[in-house]
Design a protein around this ligand. Structure first.
Ligand SMILES: Nc1ncnc2c1ncn2[C@@H]1O[C@H](COP(=O)(O)OP(=O)(O)OP(=O)(O)O)[C@@H](O)[C@H]1O
Ligand SMILES: [Mg+2]
Length: 220
């Protein structure tokens, strides 16, 4: 379960270009939920998602993941939370183009002490669960948009996180591929993972169990 309470996010605090992107956001997401975050461009969707993913800080308010208060933790503790609890699918895939699909999925495992052989096996299983095991050895530069998105999802789930966060995962995909990727998220959700998807697409949002709308840095 995650819980945020009155979160305020200010970019460039105390500088001339200071900008308050979130003005006190409060919400709760239970384990196993599938939630869409929608809102106009610039509303603060990615900002909120990055805070939930523990890849950005915030100025005030509280964030709890399973009763752990996520604030001012050591870098090591943040890394541990990200590793164990959070899988993040970035807006533009954020894959290493020269790496193969398998190598990309192995990146989050590089920090763990497991044997290389076991890491490969784990990465292959993640690729299998997103349906592209046979593309393991292909460089990402040679994959289609939908295939890249699958690699990005495989990389997000390779550590078996309890929640998967995705920023516009269907934004760059055609309707058919987008439907396939949504099926994949629904499958991951049915396996018990919490899924949080930022989207502009109402069709995508309506496939989620709940919709949270953000407007101008506030929940509507
Ligand atoms: N690094 C940054 N520095 C300063 N301002 C920022 C930064 N990132 C985002 N902002 C501002 O914060 C506000 C919210 O941005 P955010 O990226 O969260 O919007 P969004 O809802 O994800 O929009 P989009 O749908 O276009 O992706 C915007 O006004 C944006 O200009
Ligand atoms: Mg965004």
């Amino acid at each position: 379960m995650i819980k945020i309470n009155d979160i305020v996010k200010i970019y460039n605090p105390k500088k001339s270009n200071e900008f308050e992107a979130l003005h006190g956001v409060t919400c709760e997401i239970a384990d196993g939920e599938m939630v869409a975050i929608i809102g106009k461009s610039g509303a603060g969707k990615s900002t909120l998602l990055h805070i939930l993913a523990c890849i950005d800080n915030f100025q005030s308010g509280e964030y709890y993941i399973d009763d752990t208060l996520v604030k001012d933790l050591s870098e090591k503790k943040y890394a541990q939370i990200r590793n164990e609890k959070i899988g993040m699918v970035m807006q533009d895939f954020a894959l290493v183009e020269d790496f193969t699909a398998l190598e990309n999925v192995m990146i989050p495992l590089n920090f763990s002490k497991q044997k290389i052989k076991d890491k490969k096996q784990k990465a292959l299983e993640a690729l299998k669960s997103v349906g592209i095991e046979e593309l393991a050895k292909k460089p990402c530069s040679k994959l289609s948009g939908g295939q890249k998105q699958r690699v990005a999802i495989a990389r997000a789930i390779v550590n078996e996180p309890s929640m998967v966060l995705a920023d516009e995962p269907t934004g760059a995909l055609d309707t058919k591929t987008s439907a396939e990727i949504m099926e994949l998220f629904k499958k991951l959700n049915s396996q018990g993972r919490t899924i949080i998807i930022v989207t502009h697409d109402m069709n995508v949002a309506e496939q989620c169990g709940r919709i949270i709308e953000i407007g101008d840095g506030r929940i509507i």
